[in-house]
Design a protein around this ligand. Sequence first.
Ligand code: F6P
Length: 484
Amino acid sequence: MNTQPPNQCSAWHALGALAARPDSPPIADLFARDPARKDRFSVAAAGVRYDFSRQRIDRAVLDALLELARQRGFDEWRAAFLRGDPINSTEKRAVQHVAQRAGDAAPAGVKAALARMRELAARVRAGGRIRRIVHLGTGGSSLGPKLVVDALGVRDTAIEFRFAANVDPLDLERALAGAEPDSTLFIVVSKTFTTEETLANARAAKRWLGARDPAKHFIAITGNAAAANAFGATDVLPIPETVGGRYSVWSAAGFGALCAIGADAFDELLAGAREIDLHFAQAGAARNAPALMALVGVWNVNFLGATGHAILPYAHALKLLPAYLQQLEMESNGKRIDREGRAIDYATAPLLFGEEGTVGQHSFYQLLHQGTPAVAADFIVAGQMHGDAERCALLGAYAEAQADALAFGTTDAGIEPYRACPGNRASSTLALERIDARNLGRLLALYEHKVFTQGVIWNVNSFDQWGVELGKQLARQILSRRNP
Ligand code: F6P
């Protein structure tokens, strides 16, 4: 397997030379020269269209990026990942989130866990005792399920769903507002069952329940069943060791989401991701949507100096997507040491942020259009939106207008400098047919495989997160000093 630094590849140097061309064509010229550009610089993956025609990429750049993927051993790394090799080298683990959504091809343990999730969800609903479900967990043990529930909505409104991730007592207090202990169920999600914030919230929940039997009010989702049992939970669903937190929404960590959206919709979510897995496994890099998303990102970060990446979903249902992708991308590839333990001297994951459109337009888009940092953007749009035609049309028009404004800027030569938008600012558009469980599964899997591919290019292990440990240790020391 290739673990050489990417900047030793000849393709890396070719890309450097292309970026430095004095006559680098601006995006507007690229469109003017090629009327078929939109089609030529778009690919379809399982019903999702990835359009990167508004990137600062011509044929020569694209060819060099594809050559970089080849030189970095993309095909071999992809095969090793999908085969279940232990590519998470620092934790000596395979990476098996794809197996969680493999349907008929899934390992027996995955099928059994899914069957238990369905059975337990039916039990939670039976009898109508439970009126409030509070999901306790943080990071990957919260962001995915919360996004899914927020995006797809609660199927049966007889049960209210809330999430508490922050150890700030206000979070749980608000999640419990109006709840009755007898009719409240806590789903505690923690792969390790050692995350202090989650455990502190779980202990607070237990105190709130008073003398009630914790076995009737807690379901634990964890890879550490012994600790969950010791806490008092007897219903325990597993998170496999080989499924990282930020990749775990497909596993039992998504149990709360399954309860909320219904088991059939959860199956659709998995099926959508599975379609993208198939596409990712089979398509050559030149037509492979996640691989292209990754390569476009590498071009922007490493060759055009884009230190920011904005996620701009033009759909209120996807308003939590930026938060989800923040963890997925920055915890996975925010790395400074490569797979051989060497210090890295090239940029890795950019700062990722975002906001739903059109709300973000009235907040940070000023910087996108006229600011000094280079920020690349992903617009996420859906063909069919729910609601009245007037507002849906406005939403769609704004998404296109913003992408065009970034790409082409102002064209009036006599305009005052402070009004001028320079344009030539890169963005891509991901177009879904509609926001539903299947398309959400597709979208999240696209980004997962993008992140994997960037890890291959940057020669980092995308599946560990050692950088978060020091803060945890220091907090423990500070606490023990304050309460000896
Ligand atoms: O601190 C970071 C982290 O380890 C994430 O990677 C993870 O998603 C989150 O904490 C929660 O961890 P756990 O599921 O073990 O509680």
